[in-house]
Design a protein around this ligand. Sequence first.
Ligand code: PLP
Length: 401
Amino acid sequence: MNKYDVNKDGYYGEFGGAYIPEILYGCVENLKNNYLKVLNDPSFKQEFYQLLKDYVGRPSPLYLAKRLSEKYGCKIYLKREDLNHTGAHKINNAIGQILLAKRLGKTRIIAETGAGQHGVATATVCALMNLECIVYMGKTDVERQHINVQKMQMLGAKVCPVTSGNMTLKDATNEAIRDWCCNPSNTFYVIGSTVGPHPYPDMVARLQSVISEEIRNQLVEQEGRNYPDYLIACVGGGSNAAGTIYHYLGDERVKILLAEAGGKGIDSGLSAATIQLGKVGIIHGSRTLVIQSEDGQIEEPYSISAGLDYPGIGPIHANLAKTHRAEVLAINDDEAVEAAFELTRLEGIIPALESSHALGALAKHPFKPEDVVVLTVSGRGDKDMDTYIKAMNEKSNKIYY
Ligand SMILES: *Cc1c(COP(=O)(O)O)cnc(C)c1O
């Protein structure tokens, strides 16, 4: 327990809480009263860790990136969540929540998805556990993330295109909440990030905290000490970052750098830099920073990365920024693409566009030669190939094959 953890009312400083419609009160209360009991239960832990090991392929390597280190003049380790089954960190959370749902006697799983990564992870675990799975996805995203839609369908999930609002992640989340309100008794809502009403942010952070648990052990082996000088991760809703920093929050020797999506620039009107641009408001059941207009209408965010263009931010991270426990950097589209090509050419690793924002932070902060930096590569770049090729062709008029 440290001062950055959630308090008994579900708040991180002034952020968090559970702002939910009356009809969901029972469900959320039930979850709140049971999640810690289940997560700490030895039989849950056994099943969870066994699947993380044999199904996901954990522990994910902590890789000393020598050429990248040379470039930035410090010692950079990459936490390789890109090597997980289904290609990102999302699977850790999906397995945990669905094991929990089964223990709470729920038979129907619903989820929201933006780029489709959380939808694919949820559909994957539902196939594994033979559960009904419904995924809400904005129609715009259905069209631009077609491969992930096909994967979810092949896995047996029903994908529901959402046609309200801008037809993206925010609208898909609204629709999933609507479904949950209609089916509170048999349905479990698997949220894909450290967002939503309490206890979701804390629950998701705990399920992803396996990332920092492993970092601790791997650093002892490779560095002879269990902490780094810096942790770096990208933040959309904040789950890979929360997992990366979880066991280090109370350790002030460890500096935290969070990379949010600057889009075309924070002053351009086309940005998803919620921590820098947001004002306090309520989104999807949580009091946090929200990108909103003067009169409180949620505004459509923009980022080249579909996984980062959410108009809110997890309450954990809003509080870390407010208390200056974390330093937040906005990384623009072109900086992220540049960083992706750099990692690819230096280390032979093609990162997800989201992760490329974390990599883009390396150029924005000074490091000393003895600094040990751990940067989480949250996912792999397979899904982003079209964007990478297009962005680079536009920039240089060169054709990359
Ligand atoms: C979804 C996603 C993210 C953003 O979500 P967080 O909850 O902020 O981690 C980042 N990277 C990848 C690869 C993703 O799929």
